[in-house]
Design a protein around this ligand. Structure first.
Ligand SMILES: [Fe+2]
Ligand SMILES: [Fe+2]
Length: 285
């Protein structure tokens, strides 16, 4: 298989894995991360993040630009039972898909990763089937409930922050795969990306509790292969986010939500930490 064909194939897989991350993550927030079902879905979402990461890291080594827009995840949203059934079907279909891709590839690491994507998809199909089997009829026929109690404008602000933090996170993950600079820069970026996922969750959970689908549309991000240019873009994005979060923290409506206040205070400190770290990285380039 030619390198450009391999890059295209892995990018299609990356978009599928990305779709699975988002689907299980959103569903986990909808159930509540602290419910048994929400916790299981969150674990699945994290496993899909690893699947994404292996493919992205390979793409980086092949000098391929990772395609960071998610594919569509086909599912029947009409009840918990039908949603889970859709997940079982989706994961089952991935098993022959990845195995046939693995057969076409020579490189032993890429082959192993694709085979692993297949057997872990098989595990996911079985795990979702178990979740489905354990639902009683009432649970299977219903959907998680949410109460819309946030003012519209405040909800819109939170949605903008979800979309912005999601873009920040994707950009960091992309840089960690693509940028030269050794493994310490790559790891530092991935470490910050994981923290950004937590920040993202703080906003997204409040959005979902209010009955809305979080805005994971993702904006434009830097595709530069020059580390200084790429990091400067991320730094500017982070500084703008911190400024907005300071303003959000001071809003009267924010003060009414103790959990959000606690999380925003932590986010602001962590954003300041990230800013200083990126500043250091830039000085060493
Ligand atoms: Fe996967
Ligand atoms: Fe999966």
């Amino acid at each position: 298989m030619r390198t450009n064909e391999l890059i295209d194939m892995l990018n299609r897989d990356l978009r599928e894995e990305h779709a699975a991350v988002l689907r299980y993550l959103i569903h986990s927030y909808t159930e509540g991360e602290d419910t048994p079902m929400g916790a299981k879905l969150l674990t699945r979402a994290r496993e899909e993040m690893w699947h994404m990461h292996w493919l992205g890291a390979i793409l980086g080594r092949l000098d391929g630009e990772p395609e960071l827009s998610p594919a569509e995840y086909p599912y029947d949203p009409s009840s918990r039972g039908r949603i889970l059934q859709s997940y079982v079907t989706y994961e089952q279909n991935l098993v022959p898909h990845y195995n046939s891709e693995a057969e076409k590839v020579e490189d032993p690491h890429i082959k192993r990763v694709l085979e692993r994507e297949a057997w872990e998809s098989d595990f996911h199909a079985k795990a979702f089937q178990r979740m489905l089997d354990r639902l009683d009829t009432t649970e299977a026929d219903s959907l998680p409930e949410a109460e819309a109690d946030l003012p519209r404008e405040f909800l819109d602000t939170l949605q903008r922050e979800v979309a912005a933090k999601y873009t920040e996170m994707l950009e960091h993950i992309r840089h960690s795969w693509i940028l030269p600079g050794g493994s310490s820069l790559g790891w530092g970026l991935m470490d910050q990306a994981m923290e950004k996922m937590r920040h993202l969750a703080h906003f997204a959970e409040d959005v979902v509790e209010n009955g809305a689908e979080p805005d994971f549309s993702g904006g434009d991000y830097s595709r530069s292969s020059d580390p200084a240019t790429a990091l400067r873009t991320s730094l500017k994005r982070l500084q703008e986010a911190r400024e907005r979060h300071r303003e959000l923290r001071a809003e009267e409506e924010t003060g009414k939500h103790a959990g959000l206040v606690l999380n925003l205070d932590l986010t602001l400190k962590q954003e300041q930490f990230q800013e200083a770290e990126i500043g250091d990285w830039l000085r060493k380039i």
